[in-house]
Write a protein that binds this ligand. Structure first.
Ligand SMILES: [Mg+2]
Length: 404
């Protein structure tokens, strides 16, 4: 069997062109200029096509996949590990992969697993060792107590809050609103302006609220900072890894002993092949896996379910905007969920098809998403990732009006 073609397609998943599908500006986290990158791998077996998705930087991944074609066309799609290594070696001349290169590998690797599953008429999870579970718990994002209560009323068992201003107060309000049986996650986003000592102050202020985990208290590159946070917050589980690619990226946090949960991104960590290896590295250190989903489309969500179904140390997965109908529009069938869990699909391969005419009707127009506030001078303080170092009083304030 041979690969005869690889076709990447990038589409606009959110604004700037706001339609009834993308959602009104500001209403959807995806309506900030996100793209989704899907790939189809065509084989010489009639009708045997694999689908995948990469999420590192979709437009750049589109180019990377086209560049990688010459390394893959004519090769046997069943030799997934060998092709993974060919792709990685092909990128070494560019200085290794990063999340963009790993995003390209991810999309192709995912489609290869889809082909193999379809070839053997079995789900991907079955080829990864079989099912450990029939459903996978997910968490969704809440901005405040009202949105958390709405999610919980729809069956969600775990909510995540992010940002920094008024954070402690918002967590307190959410805890009071949802009760003690719902898990709460807080994401500090590891911005460059937040030093470990302030992340520790925030973490200590959050201790009474019994977090499921505190995510990215400092940047992934700041291993010394992570170690300081770890020592200072012995009772708070820590999670990180969304900005890291491949097993080697994940190993930097896992082997440092600073995380309780590793969060590789299913769209850019290196594919199903690499997620399984990262999970094994984590398992060896009694660390759990909670895949990140910053801008994942629905095909990568499918892949995540297969991996989470088959690994023993699956905690739960992030699901951005689970109730947004836009995800279901680009695939068939939609993922089935119930009571805060996604049901593990039983169909061969990934078990999902692209709705190609819908994807073609929403071409990519922009591929850079600047967080709230953009780069305008007057609004820099509103950005999660770019800011002057904030007032310490504001960071741990429980007052409604931030002290700026
Ligand atoms: Mg995060």
């Amino acid at each position: 069997m041979k690969i005869v073609d690889i076709i990447p397609t990038v589409m606009q998943a959110g604004a700037p062109t706001v339609t009834s599908w993308t959602g009104a500006g500001g209403q959807s986290a995806l309506a900030t200029g996100r793209n989704w990158l899907f790939v189809k791998i065509i084989t010489d077996e009639p009708g045997l096509i694999g689908v995948g998705e990469g999420s590192g930087w979709p437009r750049v991944i589109h180019t990377a996949i086209n560049d990688l074609k010459c390394e893959l066309i004519g090769h046997d799609p069943r030799d997934i590990e060998r092709l993974w290594q060919r792709m990685r070696i092909a990128m070494m001349g560019h200085g290794d992969t990063g999340v963009v290169g790993a995003g390209a590998i991810t999309a192709i690797d995912m489609a290869l697993w889809d082909i193999k599953g379809k070839l053997h008429s079995t789900p991907v999870w079955n080829m990864l060792g079989g099912k450990v579970r029939d459903k996978v718990r997910y968490y969704a994002h809440a901005k405040n107590a009202a949105s958390a209560v709405k999610l919980v009323s729809n069956g969600v068992t775990t909510v995540k809050l992010g940002g920094h201003d008024g954070l402690v107060e918002r967590v307190a309000e959410v805890r009071e609103a949802v009760g003690t049986h719902i898990d709460i996650i807080v994401d500090l986003h590891g911005p460059p302006w937040l030093p470990a000592i302030d992340a520790i102050a925030i973490g200590k202020a959050l201790e009474p609220y019994n977090l499921l985990f505190l995510e990215d208290p400092v940047a992934p590159e700041d291993i010394d900072g992570w170690k300081r946070v770890r020592r200072a917050l012995p009772h708070t589980p820590l999670a990180g890894g969304e900005r890291l690619a491949t097993k080697w990226g994940a190993a930097s946090l896992i082997e440092s002993g600073v995380v309780d949960i590793i969060q590789p991104d299913m769209g850019r960590a290196g594919g199903i092949t690499e997620m399984k290896k990262i999970a094994a590295l984590a398992e060896a250190r009694f660390i759990q896996v909670a895949p990140h989903s910053g801008s994942l489309g629905p095909v990568a969500e499918y892949a995540s379910i297969h991996v989470m179904a088959a690994i023993p140390n699956a905690l739960l997965m992030e699901r951005l905007e689970p109730e947004w109908h836009g995800k279901a529009a680009v695939i068939h069938p939609a993922l089935e969920s119930s009571q805060g869990h996604i049901i593990v699909p039983e169909r061969p391969g990934l078990g999902v098809d692209l709705v190609e005419n819908f994807i073609a009707a929403h071409p990519s127009e922009r591929n850079v998403s600047i967080a709230t506030g953009g780069w305008q001078d007057a609004e820099e303080h509103g950005s999660t990732y770019f800011s002057m170092r904030r007032s310490r009083a504001n960071l741990v304030s429980v007052k409604k009006d931030p002290i700026l």
